[in-house]
Design a binder for this molecule. Structure first.
Ligand SMILES: [Zn+2]
Length: 280
């Protein structure tokens, strides 16, 4: 008999759980309905959305960043070859020295998974201590669908994200750059047995005169500029990645230093704010 009241209590618990689950279940739909209503209103008051072709960044990587030396990378898309080369070591940047086919600025997998007007640039830098940092820049095209939540891709590639937070990279004469920093780890099979590879992945987004470490904030500005200014800007996503010692936060200095060196090299001066339709 002792089991009966307990069962009742459990059911009560489940009942409450169902109510809150129902609320949780419908919350996303309510948000979607509110957003749709706003979008309909916005469409009535705005003319066609103009696609702005200027980007907020320069699609080129320097060969020196402070004490770091590096190069853009080029990738062969011939499935029998698939080699990659530092741009600086190529006599002809357009042709694979191994198989003679065309070279691209992104890997074949990236090429296949992104809209064709997406611009992509990758680079690798090393310093005197033998440390490496990988850089990638994705610049969205007309479809504006090129930039996804980076966390999803990292997990899809077998990484787990142990921690995430925003680091502030100091910039000369400007307020610091916020950089979303993810501490990642990935199991790898080595000859010596299973090991965990610890790394970091740090990123920020750049729009016209706007920078943010937050995917949500970027989505907000994208929608805001569409609705208020009738313009769809090309946003860029800048990511740096490297190794990290498990349990040590020494890599954070590398993230701050490297991001602080890279940002002024690629950022273009912000033009005037887009004029509202019919405004001056
Ligand atoms: Zn090749």
């Amino acid at each position: 008999m002792a089991a009966v009241p307990r069962l009742g209590a459990d059911e009560g618990g489940h009942g409450r759980g169902v109510v809150s689950r129902v609320q949780m279940k419908y919350r996303p739909f309510i948000i979607v309905i509110v957003l749709l209503a706003l979008a309909v209103l916005a469409l009535q008051y705005t003319v066609d959305v103009r696609v702005a072709d200027q980007a907020g960044i320069r699609m080129a990587l320097p060969t020196r960043l402070g004490d770091w030396r590096g190069s853009e990378l080029r990738f062969c898309h011939n499935e029998a070859c698939l080699k990659e080369f530092p741009r600086e070591e190529l006599k002809d940047a357009g042709k694979c020295p191994a198989c003679g086919t065309e070279l691209f600025t992104m890997t074949l997998i990236e090429y296949k998974s992104l809209p064709t007007d997406t611009e992509f640039l990758k680079g690798k830098y090393t310093n005197a201590a033998g440390e490496s940092v990988f850089v990638s820049i994705v610049l969205s095209g007309r479809e504006r669908e090129s930039i996804h939540r980076p966390e999803r891709c990292l997990v899809g590639q077998g990484n787990s994200i142990d921690k995430s937070y925003v680091l502030e990279a100091p910039l000369a004469g400007q307020k610091p750059l916020g950089v979303m920093t993810l501490e990642t780890s990935r199991p790898v099979d080595l000859r010596s047995g299973k090991q965990t590879l610890s790394g970091y992945y740090a990123y920020w987004f750049v729009g016209q005169g706007r920078e943010t470490p937050s995917h949500g904030t970027r989505m907000f500005w994208l929608a805001w500029d569409r609705i208020v200014h009738s313009v769809a800007h090309r946003w860029a996503y800048i990511a740096i990645a490297g190794r990290r010692e498990a349990g040590s936060d020494k890599f954070q200095q590398q993230v701050k230093d490297f991001a602080g060196l890279l940002q002024p090299e690629i950022k273009l001066a912000a033009p005037a704010r887009p004029a509202t339709p019919g405004g001056s």
